[in-house]
Each structure stands twice: as C-alpha cells, then as structure tokens.
Design a protein around this ligand. Sequence first.
Ligand code: MN
Ligand code: MN
Length: 394
Amino acid sequence: MTTPPDNLIQPMRLGEGATITGPRNPSREAEARDLVRPPVTDKGSLPNLRWSFADSHNRIEPGGWAREATVRELSVSTAMAGVNMRLDAGAVREMHWHKTAEWSYVLRGQARITAVDEDGHTFQDDVGEGDLWYFPPGIPHSIQGIGADGVEFLLVFDDGSFSEDSTMLISDLFARLPRDVLAKNLGWDEGALADIPDKELYIFQAAVPGPLDVDRIAGAGRVPRWFSHAMAAQEPLRFRGGTVRITDSSNFPASTRFAAALVEVEPGAMREVHWHPNSDEWQYYIEGQARMTVVSTGNSSRTFDFQAGDVGYVPVSLAHYVENTGSTTLRFLEVFTSSRYADVSLAQWVALTPHELVAANLRLSRPLLDALPARKHPVVPAQGDTGQQGRGQK
Ligand code: MN
Ligand code: MN
C-alpha cells in the first residue's frame, strides 16, 4: 500500500478504505472532510444538505451583484430560497415586490430600506450589520447601500423555487404599460414619460441619499408593525459554550412568516441535538467552521462540513446538531418559515420521560438519567469543559 501524503485527507478509517490514487481536488476535499471520510455512524442516502454561495452564478449589475441558492442549486431546499446581495454606496435594488415574504439579515455595512403597505402607511429606515428586516408578500419595497461602502446582506424567501431574478420591478411595470394608460393613471402628459427606462434595471447606481429625516414623506403615517429589527443587539440567551438570540413574531411582530435564531458556539462546543416540529431550517454560516449530522428515518444519517458563506438545510423534524470544529467562534443563522421559533431538545425529552422507561429503552443506568438537567441547553460545552451542570464529565 502506498503511503498517503500527510496533507491530504484519505477515505480510510478503522482499518477500512484505501487511498485516493486517481485525480482529486484537495482544496474541495478539505472543505468536506466528513464526505471524503464519513463518520462510521453515517448510513443510507440523505440528499445533499450543503451549498456554498461560492458555487452560485453571480449576477453583476452597475453598483452591485446578487447570487442565489434556490432549489436549482440545492434541490432539497423546497421551502426557502436564499440570496446574497451587495450594493455599493448609493446603489439601489430597485423598487419591486414579489409574492413571497422576504426576511433579510445585514452582513456588512448599511442600507436604507423603504416600503409602503396596502393602507398607505410608509416605512423608511437605515439598517446596519446584525439588523434584519421583514417584508410581507406583495408589499413594495427598495434597498439602497449607504455609508462609506454600501451594504452586503442575505435575503431569504419562503419558497425554494423563488428567484430574485423574477420579481415585479417598477421599471419593468412602467415599460410594459401603454404610455397613454400610464399618463392617464398619473395625471401627466405622455411627454413626462419620455425618459423612463425601456427595460428592467434590477440594480442601478444612484447618489447616496441625505439623512433619513430629510428622506421621509411629510404627513405620511408609519406602518403599524415596523419592518426592521436589531437582531444582533438583542440580549442573548447565554449557555456554557455559546449564546442564542431568537427573533420571531413574539419580539418582532411584523415577522409573521419567518422565525430565526442567531447562534454563537465556542470552539469545541455544540448546538445540541434537536429538531424543529414546525418548519424546515435554512442555515447561513457567518463565521467559523462547523459540522452537522442530520438523522432521518429508515436508518439514514449524513454528516456535512460548513464554513463562512455556506448554506445548510434541514428538512422539518429531522434531528441534527451543529458542532464548532474550528478554533474560533462559530456564528450562524437558523431561519424558519414559521411565526414562532420552536425546537425539541433530545436531552430534555430524555430527562423528562420516566427514567425507568428510558433506561429500559436505551439500556442506560438510572443514576445517569437522574442527573440530566431538565432545563433546555441549546448549546452544550466542549467535553472536558467542566462546569456546575456536570456535562462533559466521563
Ligand atoms: Mn424583495
Ligand atoms: Mn436546528
């Protein structure tokens, strides 16, 4: 047998497998170690649950770009589609609407966002890193990069086949209506419409707007449920090994179709084994490295590795954990098409079921079960990180 080079991962474990001797792609294999050499517990044929925006086609326009992860990129993601978008200072994602709800998280920079609802209420706000917004289906809106370097953000839609390339755009609407109809509608002469765009703009460069107060429409009423929310500024739930911030309609009333969690996990610590009873989960990895195993019915489970810029997906009710496998803090988003955040904890289920039954079911000792905390711990610390709750001890 040939000795494999040290720097390459080989599909060998516990005396099984063999080296790869044919063509290979070491950098991609290094990003997917648990595919090249899966844990022995992986079994069966789960669909692919990982996508990297680096593998998405990029739409480049004046002042910005957009790339998406839909069912066309990640076939399992039927309930949600994601977009990663960048707008330079002044650049505008033009006035538009769509039939899906839109949930967004600002990754870097600042944006000015606007909307008008069906009752003529207005919304204008400036958002920055860690803020999010929610626009209900059909509500027209716009996004503009402001500040020194504009904005980069994430969009999530509650339909996996949705494409950001097929939205209702105001430029397209104006170009597609007969000029005399448009002029009559607005009470103008047709000549006033001589310079309107003859096709969609989608993203275009404009001047950076002045202060928000100057931009507001005088006398207009505000939307009753505000469309932006400072998610990262929320006081987190703190656990040994990490933090969780949950945003849903209970603390962000406008967000009736989306719930989300912003999770931070320290090196070696883990988002505990759990599942979601009410929605698929769409994940975005903001920083750090992770691995996730998803367990399905019929003796199947598969493990995937993630890094910043990756998308993960978990079908509703399938059990999973997310472990920090790097040396820095792992930060990721969990997004759900539900008005309320919900998860079921494996540890809590076991702790709160009669221990005699659990002991018989899993052939475990009663004292171990009796020592399990009844309180939910969404993040658990690294093994050997000894704390009061007794986790991590052999
Ligand atoms: Mn939109
Ligand atoms: Mn989850």
